[in-house]
Design a protein. Structure first.
Length: 183
């Protein structure tokens, strides 16, 4: 039996991610994904803003990129916005790389036809990819040798495993939405 979304919520404001699951539960999911798959898991709203405070880096390079406002804006934020838009339009998971060469996986969250945000995993390498040291150097000003050193232990994942991860995240999101609708 399908739950009708309360009209009061629809009339007053756009539904948000914490309407379907508490921030604490989203945080637990991020931690579980990080611990199980070794990716930086994050939940973002419709404006691509992170909704939790949890952050556990899967490598030594990402915090350096994030600490530099210019790099974060031109690498992380651009990937988030572009892939988030693609996931929103297709209503399907998107697997790609950020401009630093690292994996970015985005799974959209919809209730009925309303887009609430996305669940994301990033910060590892696809098995056939490499870090874009030159580009990162251009944005951060850090020399390529240091970028290479920060990147030398980044975990890799085969594409087939990334696709399984995407399916797992999609299934988790579907379960969250289904629980919300049925309760």
């Amino acid at each position: 039996m399908e739950k009708i979304i309360p009209e009061e919520i629809k009339r007053v404001r756009q539904m948000k991610l914490d309407d379907i699951l508490s921030i604490e539960k989203w945080t637990e999911l991020e931690k579980e994904i990080n611990n199980t798959f070794g990716v930086c898991a994050s939940v973002y709203d419709t404006d691509s803003k992170k909704i939790t405070k949890f952050k556990k880096w899967p490598n030594r390079l990402c915090p350096v990129i994030q600490a530099d406002g210019k790099s974060q804006s031109f690498i992380c934020a651009v990937a988030n916005l572009n892939l988030g838009m693609q996931a929103r339009q297709t209503k399907k998971p998107v697997i790609a790389e950020c401009d630093a060469g690292l994996l970015k996986l985005v799974v959209p969250v919809f209730v009925d036809d309303e887009f609430l945000g996305m669940l994301s995993g990033c910060g590892i390498l696809l098995d056939d990819s490499s870090v874009e040291t030159y580009l990162i150097t251009k944005f951060t000003g850090i020399d390529e040798e240091e970028i290479a050193s920060l990147s030398n232990d980044i975990n890799k994942m085969e594409r087939v495993d990334v696709e399984l991860l995407a399916k797992y995240l999609e299934t988790r999101v579907e379960g969250i939405v289904e629980d919300f609708i049925n309760n």
